[in-house]
Design a protein around this ligand. Structure first.
Ligand code: ZN
Length: 273
């Protein structure tokens, strides 16, 4: 599933389209997670002005209108010249023309169709209304996280993956940051000490920055809109490594289900206390 770093990478890879005008809109399959608006063609004639990311959403601002985009489980964008054959699951095609009349196509591909493409209303959307702070913003600090974890019995891993606490900490990043800070994923959120919270906040930021720098990649077949693959996956210490030896102590890593998600940890380095 595309996670925050992949979405950030995707946003960056769409930047060459800023300043270009939409000249054609083709919706080949409108039933994504929510229906693609049937008036999407009102984008024709509008220039793409700005791209933003909030949590795992991309906000695409055009002259008059703005779109809220989400990649869901399996969505991806590709930019091509338009002469390439359309693939199965290329659901929406936006044709852009630049000032030299060069045409390019932005194709939205999504086999599982859990992604979305919706209008923003006055620059916002109800889907954005209950989101916690961005993990890389200064607002996400130890003081803030302490206030959110205080007195809670929820497993720490579930707590840091809650979008109302902080956005964008997906399973990979939660697993890795808890491994790197020696915190057992099932410990009650309220039992995490102040020094541990400080380390955890720094580690979440470090690992997300590293993943963004390496171009994302949580899926083997993930690639950005330019078709480039990310390298982050090769650096994982715990995620996806159940039964393999811990890099620190050689103990086989174990797997625990928390909030329906696999949670890999080292029973030696991350004691339950
Ligand atoms: Zn270990």
């Amino acid at each position: 599933m595309p996670e925050l770093p992949e979405v950030e990478t995707t946003k960056t890879s769409l930047a060459p389209l800023i300043g270009q005008t939409i000249t054609q809109v083709q919706v080949r399959q409108s039933s994504l997670r929510w229906p693609v608006p049937d008036d999407l063609s009102t984008l024709v004639g509008q220039k793409l002005r700005k791209l933003e990311r909030r949590a795992k959403y991309i906000l695409a601002h055009f002259d008059q209108d703005a779109l809220l985009l989400h990649l869901g489980m399996s969505g991806s964008f590709s930019i091509c010249t338009g002469s390439e054959q359309l693939r199965k699951h290329d659901h929406v095609v936006l044709q852009f023309t630049d000032e030299n009349n060069h045409i390019s196509e932005l194709r939205y591909h999504d086999p599982r169709r859990f992604g979305c493409m919706l209008w923003l209303e006055n620059g916002t959307h109800i889907l954005l209304s209950k989101l916690g702070p961005e993990p890389l913003d200064d607002a996400f600090d130890a003081c803030y996280l302490t206030s959110k974890l205080n007195g809670k019995n929820t497993a720490i891993k579930v707590a840091i993956m809650d979008n109302a606490v902080v956005v964008g900490v997906g399973n990979i990043y939660a697993t890795e940051s808890l491994f790197n800070t020696a915190i057992h994923p099932a410990r009650p959120a309220g039992s995490i000490t102040q020094p541990e919270i400080e380390k955890l906040v720094l580690e979440i930021k470090r690992i997300l920055k590293q993943a963004i720098d390496l171009g994302g990649s949580t899926l083997r077949d993930y690639s950005n809109a330019m078709g480039e693959n990310g390298y982050f996956q090769q650096t994982l210490m715990a995620y996806g490594r159940t039964g393999e030896k811990c890099v620190n102590c050689d103990t086989p890593l174990e797997n625990l289900k928390l909030g329906q998600r696999a949670s890999v940890f080292c029973p030696q380095c991350q004691p339950l206390k």
